[in-house]
Design a protein around this ligand. Structure first.
Ligand SMILES: NC(=O)c1ccc[n+]([C@@H]2O[C@H](COP(=O)([O-])OP(=O)(O)OC[C@H]3O[C@@H](n4cnc5c(N)ncnc54)[C@H](OP(=O)(O)O)[C@@H]3O)[C@@H](O)[C@H]2O)c1
Length: 294
């Protein structure tokens, strides 16, 4: 099996490369080799590699900056995904893409299911929703995994930020009125690897959107508490500060965030036999890895 993986310098992309290397020929171009802003570059890469699967986690992920870089965000997230969809259909390759909890407005009082109404409240969410619509229009064997609150020992993410701030600042205020499901990049990659290792004819008729996030739910504040609790266990000698809860109104950002980002992941478990562990389990490993790097 040959796979083309985008975003290999990112969180999910780097773990996908590691996980797939054991069982497939992996081609993982960097941004310099495959620029998502260039439709020609995407078509050329797909045609020259001619993969069985395209795994496409690369994205414009700067949620706040997207509010002032709308065109760039849409080019990278929406237009590029459409091009991958068209190319994968042309060569009969499977396609895995990633979307976000931010396609929802957060007004539901329960975890979101795949067929709930979408209504993004920020530019990043809008760009990802347009990508989803393109996938549906183009068709083919695609799996679009909506995930949320991604963290790992690599790249920039909330866990890294909390460890840095809690060990260097006198206080740490964290938003306590947004709920979601933290998701380990390594576990996301493990699920995708399991999926694409199956024969394609087993997957026929199952294409579409799926929610894939860590089990359990919390708030950003709860997430921070768990990170610091793990850090304290592993390095009690360090001066960790305890996070303090604040409302979103005390931490205004350029992009609005949904109050409820929880994703119900039953469909992926039932139809694809894919599920992620409890987020609190994966967080322990990641904190340990990050502290070992210091
Ligand atoms: N992070 C989250 O909390 C979160 C939540 C929900 C959904 N998601 C989705 O999950 C997927 C994976 O997220 P992630 O956190 O792993 O992303 P990430 O760590 O931010 O990595 C993004 C990757 O995209 C690449 N990229 C960006 N612009 C590019 C361009 N113009 N041409 C080529 N490559 C480009 C980056 O390359 P460079 O290193 O060269 O910049 C990087 O490898 C994304 O689709 C994201 O939207 C993420």
């Amino acid at each position: 099996m040959k796979v083309l993986i985008t975003g290999s310098t990112g969180q999910v992309g780097s773990y996908l490369v590691d996980a797939m290397r054991g069982s497939a020929q992996v081609v993982a171009p960097t941004r310099a080799e495959l620029d998502l802003q260039s439709e020609a570059s995407i078509r050329e890469a797909v045609r020259s590699v001619n993969p069985d699967w395209i795994l496409h986690p690369a994205a414009y992920t700067a949620v706040d900056r997207a509010e002032t870089e709308r065109d760039l965000c849409f080019a990278i997230n929406a237009a590029a995904t459409r091009t991958f969809a068209e190319e994968s259909l042309r060569i009969n390759a499977g396609l895995v893409t990633f979307s976000t909890d931010y396609v929802f407005d957060g007004s539901a009082d329960r975890a979101y299911r795949e067929d709930d109404a979408t209504a993004p409240i920020n530019v990043y969410g809008e760009s990802k929703l347009l990508a989803e619509q393109s996938l549906q229009e183009v068709g083919g064997l695609y799996f679009n995994f909506r995930t949320s609150w991604v963290y790992s020992a690599r790249g920039n993410n909330f866990v890294k930020t909390m460890l840095r701030l809690a060990s260097t600042r006198p206080e740490l205020k964290v938003v306590a009125d947004q709920q979601g499901c933290p998701s380990s990049a390594r576990e996301i990659a493990a699920c995708v690897t399991a999926l694409v290792s199956r024969p394609k004819d087993e997957l026929g008729g199952k294409a579409g959107n799926y929610h894939l996030a860590g089990q359990g739910e919390t708030t950003w504040f709860g997430f921070a508490q768990e990170v610091i609790a793990q850090a304290k266990k592993l390095k009690p000698e360090m001066p960790w500060v305890e996070p303090e809860p604040v409302p979103s109104s005390a931490y205004v950002t350029p992009a609005r965030r949904p109050a409820n980002s929880r994703l119900c992941c039953d469909l992926a478990r039932e139809r694809l036999a894919l599920s992620m562990p409890e987020w609190t389990k994966s967080i322990a490993e990641v904190v340990q890895e990050l502290l070992a790097q210091q």
